[in-house]
Design a protein around this ligand. Sequence first.
Ligand code: NAP
Length: 517
Amino acid sequence: MQRLQSYVYGTWHTGTGEHRPLYDPTTEEVLAECSSEGVDFGKVVNHGREVGGPALRGVGFAARAGMLKALSAAIHEHREELIDLSVRNGGNRRGDAKFDIDGATGTLAAYASFGKRLGDEAFLPDGDGVQLGRTARFWGQHVRVPRRGVAVHINAFNFPAWGMGEKMACALLAGMPVIEKPGTPSALLAWRIAQIIVESGVLPEGAFQFIAGGAGDLLDHLGAQDCVAFTGSSKTGSMLKGHRALLDRNVRMNIEADSLNAAILGPDVGSGDEVMNEFLGNVVTDMTQKAGQKCTAVRRILVPSDRLDDVVSALVDRLSAIKVGDPGNDDSGMGPLASKSQLADVRAGIERLAKVGKTACGGAGSVDGLEKGYFVAPTLIVADDPHADAVHADEVFGPCATVLPYSGEAADAVAITNRGGGGLVASVYSNDWNWSQDVVLGIAPWHGRVWIGADKTAGQAMAPGVVLPHMVHGGPGRAGGGEELGALRGLEFYTQRVALQGYQGTVGRTFGPKSEG
Ligand code: NAP
């Protein structure tokens, strides 16, 4: 039996005690097991702070950007092997596996390119300086400096590669050592990437540590210079937010959680419009990619009532044509859910939604012809009432979405969408810019990202479910209230902004933005 190890204080540690099994969700076979018992988490934190941090900050931003580039290349070299692990332990189709793995290497490479222009100073100027006194002698300048602690990254099971890569990219570029803890059910892929990172020798010792298994008492050891970036369910996020040690010491925390992402079809869109085709394609992709286990997947589909029948029938045609089965087979269009408990949660969620509408395709039952594995069919439910509480209450983290008929009025679309209580992304499809603007401005305060589709961009834009390193990712309310990525904005979480006030000749000249050339 393969035992996953943790990489802590410069060595690979095999856990003791009871181990948690990791499954192949297609065959239900146990593939590996892991435990973090016996890890001294206080020592892990000190090792990061005292060994990794100073080594990382001993070089500047541009040099750390070079490390990210090398890490991206080292991981990419093992792409085929990693895809195979992702298919086996994550139940991902090859395309879904690439989405995760290339997402990780792509984000590391993107941050390498954002960082290479930052030079080799130990700080980043933050905006322009400002005259504070009667004359320009007394001057103010904001700068950002790397925090002196560790960055703890707790990730969800659904993106073992990208989740680790995108968080590491920002923290390491900022100059903070990382402690990576993946979601256990799919940790095989993250563990193999951890091995590649360690073997590559790209990072100085202590800059990267990896926990296979539970987080133990890790959080109890954190202090004011440390950060926790968490991705997972809003339930776990809320529990961690209330952690006594984190509260008492004001440990900085970022939470990426659930989201009932909406796709909103405008009343002007007809069946012949390019944007209609794009809407149908994106909804189906976002519902079924990674079997719907994507934080950005579409959960609620707003459709003008007078188009309901046509749109539902077009979606059902596309969803029913997807062959559910072994993700390793080329003809399979969607694999299983990642774990048995995921399957139980998704079935229970579908049953709750089915009570407030009609099931147009799929359902909570088993999939014909599949005896083993955690499979569920793509499921579309048409709600009787777009305001039904069940639709806006729980995220069903699988290939399931609910169609919500609405009047076509922008105000109506805004009111229904915002009932989600805060989301990562909403997509708006219309060729009527006045209507789109009303919807965009109405939903913007409740979302981290709004994706706007029209004939002009049809065929040119990636689906709304794709998170890009250049744009911020996160969202208010139930989405966790956090923010990641967004190019150099992603470094803010890992740095301390400090206002410097003094003589312009020293403060302004040393810490102000350097003019190009
Ligand atoms: P989860 O059950 O909340 O677990 C998330 C992570 O928290 C896992 O690594 C888990 O470890 C860890 N954890 C659980 N209890 C902990 C504790 N007491 N102390 C420290 N760590 C603890 O979520 P999940 O089932 O893995 O992921 C699915 C959820 O993630 C969905 O709700 C999805 O929407 C959300 N998600 C959000 C985003 C986003 O960017 N907003 C992205 C992806 C997923 P173990 O696995 O070892 O229990």
